[in-house]
Design a binder for this molecule. Structure first.
Ligand code: COA
Length: 388
């Protein structure tokens, strides 16, 4: 297998993008990544596009061909494939691109992620998202994503005594980071009281415990590490790329407040990279709800089960903490256009390792990690990156 490097990144703003179409969003991110890599579009050999539900949100399928066409690459007849694993669709697109280059099949590959969720009503969005769970055993009984994660939160609170303040601190921290990210949907800081007094969505989760409904796109270009300096002075090496699955329905799990696929993907990633937890300088985790960040920190092995709430409260995961978590603002404040999220996480780590993260820069960041979750943990994709 060949070593792989990220040579270009591109992001649109995240939020309610009523003036920009689905295809325009994706092409904007792709063009930015191509410019960032100093490439000519003609040099791209293959494309992967992460998208969860174009069919439900914008009535559009056949996304791989659509994006290749509107990027001006269809007349070159490059292979272009849509990847789908619910909210992990972007992480999966990136993993496909890495695998494609590592195998020697292609040299210059672009992975993009896109979702436009705000063109349909809130009810339709919630129902489309529920398709990431088991429709026959969960969705059909009215279960939604906020309610699934609320059950996980209830179980976690019962077992480990997590406090309302500790859970709320995840949102406060991520809004603090989002306020320093120019592409974030919510660029304003909030207090513990704002979280605690926000509208109840699914007990115990309140509005400010939830990621929002968002539009946005992201793109990343990879090539063999040995060619990276042809394009950029600051390539970022992919040290590990792993994926794991679990039961799709929550009730079939061994433990509903532990995401076993995160444990499996994380362990494989550390083994592949030959690194230990203490080597990681920062991590972007899938905080679709505040409880998900708490579980992710523990299931990736950064602390024992039941300890992440206390660590969050003590500032361990803050921007200036020992292990900054979600410096982008996470899904909570940066926004969560589901197909784009996994690649936005990669873009954030690349910006940090290049030293380009501005007001949210983690000093001396050399090794970063991403964790992207599909559904309640039926798919997890993790990556580790290193500064070269
Ligand atoms: N965090 C902070 N503010 C939010 C927010 C969030 N998650 N969601 C909405 N808001 C704000 C809006 O900006 C708006 O503010 P304004 O009045 O100042 O303009 C206000 O709250 C009302 O927005 P609205 O769109 O009417 O909210 P809603 O009640 O329809 O939706 C949720 C709120 C929480 C139900 C929705 O964001 C949601 O479903 N989130 C979860 C998405 C999800 O499940 N993703 C997949 C995860 S696996």
């Amino acid at each position: 297998m060949r070593d792989v490097a990220v040579i270009g990144i591109g992001l649109t703003n995240f939020g309610e993008m009523w003036d920009t179409s689905f295809r325009e969003l994706c092409v904007e991110a792709g063009v930015k990544a191509i410019e960032d890599a100093g490439l000519d579009g003609e040099q791209i050999d293959e494309m992967f596009v992460g998208n969860m539900s174009g069919g439900r949100f914008v009535l559009q399928e056949h996304i791989g061909a659509l994006i290749a066409d509107y990027a001006g690459l269809a007349t070159n007849h490059i292979p272009s494939t849509r990847t789908e694993a619910a909210c992990a669709s972007g992480g999966l697109a990136f993993r496909q691109a890495v695998t494609c280059v590592a195998s020697g099949m292609q040299d210059v590959v672009i992975a993009a992620g896109v979702e436009k969720m705000t063109d349909v009503s809130g009810g339709e969005t919630t129902d489309a998202l529920a398709g990431a769970a088991d429709r026959e055993w969960e969705g059909i009984y009215g279960v939604t994503f906020p309610s699934l994660y609320a059950m996980m939160a209830r179980d976690y609170i019962h077992k480990y005594g997590l406090t309302r303040e500790q859970l709320a601190q995840v949102a406060v921290k991520n809004h603090f980071n989002g306020a320093r990210n120019p592409i974030a949907q919510f660029r304003k800081e909030i207090t513990l009281d704002v979280v605690k007094n926000s509208t109840l969505v699914a007990d115990p989760l309140r509005l400010m415990d939830c990621s929002p409904v968002s539009d946005g796109a992201s793109a990343v270009i990879v090539c063999p590490l040995e060619r990276a300096h042809e394009f950029t002075d600051t390539p970022v090496k992919v040290l590990a790329s792993t994926q794991a699955t679990d039961t799709i329905s929550l009730h079939d799990r061994r433990d509903i407040s532990t995401i076993d696929a995160t444990i499996a993907a994380g362990n494989r990633a550390f083994k592949m990279a030959g690194l230990e937890r203490k080597d990681i300088d920062l991590v972007e985790v899938h905080d679709c709800f505040t409880i998900a960040e708490i579980c992710a920190i523990e299931d990736l092995g950064f602390c024992k089960k039941g300890e992440a709430g206390k660590l969050t409260e003590e500032g361990y995961t803050a921007l200036d903490g020992k292990l900054p978590v979600n410096t982008s603002g996470g899904l909570k404040a940066c926004g969560h256009p589901v197909g784009a999220t996994g690649i936005k996480q990669v873009c954030e780590i690349v910006q940090q390792l290049r030293g380009d993260a501005g007001k949210r820069q983690v000093n001396g960041a050399e090794i970063g990690m991403t964790q992207n979750v599909g559904g309640t943990g039926a798919t997890v994709v993790t990556h580790i990156f290193g500064r070269t």
